[in-house]
Design a protein around this ligand. Structure first.
Ligand code: HNI
Length: 142
């Protein structure tokens, strides 16, 4: 789904209102993924998987950082994440369903941080954004 000018405005505005870095949201979301969808742990068997471990936080921060650059290049998400797309498809072989599961967890983290600000239109803008990111990260499988 196309990100409209209003979606883009809502995305940037809500990042400004988070009160934390997107890296912190990434860490929280990854922590949730591993707790709520334990099947995702198979990809991180070399990590300390205790909730909130340094491994999880650092990995989640990397995800948040990548999303931050995608948000800064909304016209070229594909180009911005192309190396990560190769990595997840060819090296890590992450089953694409996991990107959907992680998106759900991001929605929860954003909702927890933004509270009433995370209304239907803002939620939809993020959903479109995550969908585009997931498409890019999983398109090499096809
Ligand atoms: Ni993902 C490594 C970004 C979803 C499993 N991942 C990375 C790195 C970034 C990253 C950045 C670090 C690359 C590097 O070091 O060069 N991952 C993202 C983003 C998303 C995502 C932006 C979606 C929003 N990754 C997922 C999902 C899984 C996943 C859903 C599996 C459940 N990623 C991995 C694994 C690694 C990884 C495994 C390697 C970790 C390591 O250090 O061994």
């Amino acid at each position: 789904m196309v990100l409209t000018a209003e979606d883009r405005r809502l995305l940037q505005a809500s990042v400004g209102k988070l009160g934390c870095r997107l890296e912190d949201i990434g860490a929280d979301a990854l922590n949730r993924l591993l707790l709520v969808f334990p099947q995702s742990k198979t990809y991180f068997s070399h990590f300390n998987l205790s909730p909130g471990s340094k491994d999880i936080v650092h990995q989640g921060e990397k995800i948040g950082k990548a999303l931050d650059s995608a948000l800064k290049h909304l016209d070229d998400i594909r180009g911005t994440l192309s190396q990560l797309s190769d990595l997840h498809a060819y090296n890590l072989r992450v089953d694409p369903v996991n990107f959907q599961l992680l998106s759900k967890c991001f929605h929860v983290s954003l909702g927890v941080h933004l509270r009433n600000e995370y209304n239907a239109t803002t939620c939809l803008a993020w959903d479109k954004f995550f969908e585009q990111v997931a498409d890019v990260l999983s398109e090499k499988y096809r």
